[in-house]
Design a binder for this molecule. Structure first.
Ligand SMILES: [Fe+2]
Ligand SMILES: [Fe+2]
Length: 469
């Protein structure tokens, strides 16, 4: 284990100073990253002081410090969680063997692919969100956006370190390509489809951080189980930061819901749009959209790749070690959804092939928790939000060729076309939400469509100057 070198050009706890070649390679990638940040990071406020959390250590206490910093001067570093002594592989065909400190030749290309796909999403989300700083509903929210953005930048650093350190020339090329693909670029798009759509407004941002960052949580949690120990330790630390991103989403939607309820009571109507709010039906349509596109990120119900990754020990299940089974799954089966004879039903699959579905199931359970919290507020006006059926609006897997209503009915084309506008955000919804987007730059003030947060960041008051404007 290496000590934290916080004053190095690249802050790190991976002993960069002892590996000059690697250090030089990463130091030559660093200016390209900064250039990318300035060009495709937030479109404004790059010269303003922002109250940001910076990772400085990996200990149980005090792993980060808080202070005002200009974003291009943010200290992006490389941090791996402390190693677990004598760690063994918890699952798959190599179960019980010592965890790998180097990449086994036979898994090199699979591991590289996993790192590249995960790494690509990190800068992609920064690119998707780059215009949101112009319309933040408060200075507090503006700061949270930037916190998410700089940490996604650090997550890119995390994957780029592994590529440089363990994958030689190929890894360095992949690291360069991370900055050459861009969200929505026709010629060089980001790898996953969902990461090529801009995040157009703050309501979408809150739903994105709730649902899509949560996909990130589950991907990182299953990579944390990896037999490749440096990957496991990297993901472990990334998950600490990721928790705040989902907090931004969960509390963001919670505050919109709260404001909607206030407006409903104040004006005695469910139609709060004309009073500058977002009505519950519209919230439901946004929720339906973001939940369904996030479900697609887990892949098809059955997958040979997923089975191979597990058997090889590259990617485990969510909380692998807490599961009460043999962790090899050679003789286990489970049901996965399918559509047959005009009905939604199930078919049997091997548990190994169905690992995407298993991770998706765990994800849905986690998603429901926030919905339950929002519904406690909505109960005051007798309404609720619901996660739509898993088959709704899917573009990946067994449901992609079928129309499923949010309530789980398999419907024909005509019913789908008729229902579409009440199930997914319409052009009118988007226009209304856009009309609510105003940049609020006075500390403590909130845009009219969202309630203030219960508390500020890091024990600061809500009206603190989180961004000095
Ligand atoms: Fe991330
Ligand atoms: Fe995130």
């Amino acid at each position: 284990m290496s000590a934290v070198d916080i004053d190095a050009r690249i802050p790190n706890n991976v002993g960069l100073v002892d590996d000059r070649r690697l250090q030089r390679a990463l130091e030559s990638w660093q200016p390209k990253f900064i250039e990318w940040w300035k060009e495709l990071g937030p479109v404004a406020f790059q010269g303003n002081d922002v109250y940001l959390r910076t990772a400085v250590d990996v200990g149980q206490e005090g792993w980060a410090n808080f202070g005002h910093v200009k974003m291009p001067e943010y200290r992006w570093g490389i941090f791996l969680a402390d190693p677990e002594p004598d760690r063994t592989i918890a699952f798959g065909d190599h179960q019980g063997d010592a965890a790998w400190q180097e990449v086994p030749g036979e898994y090199r290309s699979d591991l590289r692919r996993l790192l590249v796909v995960q790494g690509d999403t990190e800068p992609a989300s920064v690119e998707q969100q780059r215009a949101l700083c112009l319309t933040a509903p408060s200075v507090y929210d503006l700061r949270n956006l930037f916190q998410v953005n700089v940490e996604e930048g650090r997550h890119l650093w995390a994957m780029v370190y592994l590529l440089h350190r363990y994958f030689g020339r190929d890894g360095r090329d992949e690291a360069d390509e991370m900055l050459e693909r861009h969200s929505g670029d026709v010629d060089h798009p980001r790898i996953l489809g969902a990461f090529n759509e801009p995040t157009p407004d703050w309501l979408s941002f809150f739903f994105f951080t709730y649902f899509t960052d949560r996909d990130g949580k589950f991907q990182l949690a299953s990579l944390r189980e990896s037999a490749f120990d440096p990957l496991s330790r990297t993901c472990d630390f990334m998950l600490k930061e990721e928790a705040h991103h989902m907090f931004v989403g969960a509390t963001g939607i919670g505050r919109v819901v709260q404001r909607t309820v206030e407006l409903m009571k104040e004006h005695d109507t469910a139609d709060v749009a004309e009073h500058g709010g977002v009505d519950v039906a519209m919230l439901q349509r946004y929720l339906n959209f973001h939940f369904s596109v996030s479900l697609d990120l887990f892949g098809a119900e059955t997958s040979t790749n997923a089975a191979n990754y597990f058997a090889a020990g590259l990617k485990g299940r969510f909380q692998e070690e807490r599961r009460d089974d043999d962790h090899r799954l050679r003789d286990v089966t489970r049901d996965v959804p399918t559509v047959a004879d005009g009905a939604i039903t199930t078919r049997e699959a091997t548990a190994l092939a169905a690992l995407n579905e298993t991770l998706r199931d765990d994800y849905v359970v986690d998603c429901q928790k926030g919905v339950d919290r929002w519904n406690r507020t909505l109960a005051e006006v007798g309404l609720e939000l619901r996660l739509p059926h898993g088959g709704f609006n899917r573009a990946v897997g067994t449901f992609r060729d079928h129309h499923i209503a949010p309530d789980g009915r398999l419907v024909d084309d005509a019913t789908w076309s008729a229902g579409h506008g009440s199930w997914l955000p319409t052009a009118a919804d988007r226009a209304h939400v856009e009309s609510l987007m105003v940049g609020v730059t006075e500390p403590g003030r909130m845009a009219g469509w969202v309630a203030p947060p219960a508390t500020g960041i890091h024990a600061k008051p809500v009206d603190y100057d989180y961004v000095r404007i």
